[in-house]
Design a protein around this ligand. Structure first.
Ligand code: CP
Ligand code: NVA
Length: 309
């Protein structure tokens, strides 16, 4: 049994194995329809319990399809409908019950400690479906999407991030260490990655490049990533923060500073950080990016259930 909480804590070879398995599985089910089960139904009879403390469209649906296509099933809970959220039942007792009824637990929460707390009390794997500090399933899937489109290892590509230093960027930074790719970040000085993250990168003999100038950050990029300026856990003056990011809007002019065949990716939902023209333009692959979460999450589930080939 393996947990999937933060990319930085998962061995690089395991992450590579998950991406390789997703590629094989995606190819193998080209002719199958949405709910048809993969050959061998590797997770037949298994139940994934999902709990959302925050909104979700993609993560919820992609995990539903992922476990279904592996032969299992899912049940989705909202924490405010449980005793945990309403009547003060402890995480330890809730975790015991989840482990009794289910085989895996996917949690989206606004509290990183809660993921760790569940991990310590569950006897089934826990998957982090987004926390304030990390969005590991999204970013591993994004590595897959980049390699699928570019048809080369991500280590041979220049990746740029224009946006806030949030959970998605933290996971992208971890991925840059694990998959060894060049990462250039463009954001206002005030919103640069924190010391803890930068120290971890340094400790792992890696460098990330931070610019307070969007043009410099995308120069020579093969891929430009972005995300909303205001995240679900952001308790800031929203108007003010959006104003502070004004010079970091991704529009056609900015994309012209990257390589000619540069692609644009965004995990969604989107805000005003990207122009409609770029988001819906030829360089954008955001719909494929969203779809690929199903394929990669299948391999993440297999990894967690100890069934990865
Ligand atoms: N990208 C992503 O995680 O989307 P949801 O918030 O809709 O799950
Ligand atoms: N950074 C965003 C990602 C949403 C999928 C958030 O946390 O809201």
């Amino acid at each position: 049994m393996k947990h999937f909480i933060n990319l930085k804590d998962i061995p690089a070879k395991d992450l590579r194995k998950i991406v390789a398995d997703a590629k094989k599985r995606k190819n193998l089910r080209k002719k199958l329809s949405t709910l048809e089960v993969d050959k061998g139904a590797p997770l037949k009879g298994k139940l994934l319990i999902q709990m959302f403390e925050k909104s979700s469209l993609r993560t919820r649906l992609s995990f539903y399809l992922a476990i279904k296509q592996l032969g299992g099933g899912t049940l989705t809970l909202r924490s405010n409908e449980l005793h945990l959220g309403q009547g003060g039942e402890s995480i330890a007792d809730t975790a015991k019950i989840l482990s009794t009824y289910g085989d895996g637990f996917m949690l989206r929460t606004d509290n990183d400690k809660k993921v760790e707390n569940f991990r310590d009390h569950l006897s089934i794997p826990v998957i982090n479906g987004l926390s304030p500090s990390s969005h590991p399933t999204q970013v591993l899937s994004d590595v897959f999407t980049v390699e699928e489109i570019k048809k080369k290892p991500i280590s041979n590509l220049n990746i740029s991030w224009i946006g806030d230093s949030n959970n998605v960027l933290n996971s992208l930074i971890a991925a840059s260490v694990k998959f060894s790719f060049k990462l250039s970040i463009g954001c206002p000085k005030k919103f640069e990655p924190g010391k803890k993250v930068r120290d971890w990168v340094r400790k792992n003999n890696k460098k990330i490049f931070i610019y307070n100038d969007a043009k410099k950050a995308v120069s020579d990029a093969d891929v430009v990533f972005s995300d909303k300026v205001i995240s679900l856990n952001d308790k800031v003056n929203k108007k003010k923060k959006i104003e502070q990011f004004k010079k970091f809007k991704i529009d056609k002019k900015l994309m012209n500073h990257a390589k000619k065949n540069c692609i644009f990716l965004h995990c969604l939902p989107r805000g005003s950080e990207v122009s409609e023209e770029v988001f819906l333009g030829k360089k954008s692959h955001v719909w494929l990016q969203a779809l690929n979460r199903v394929h990669v999450q299948k391999s993440i589930l297999l990894y967690c259930f100890g069934k990865l080939r």
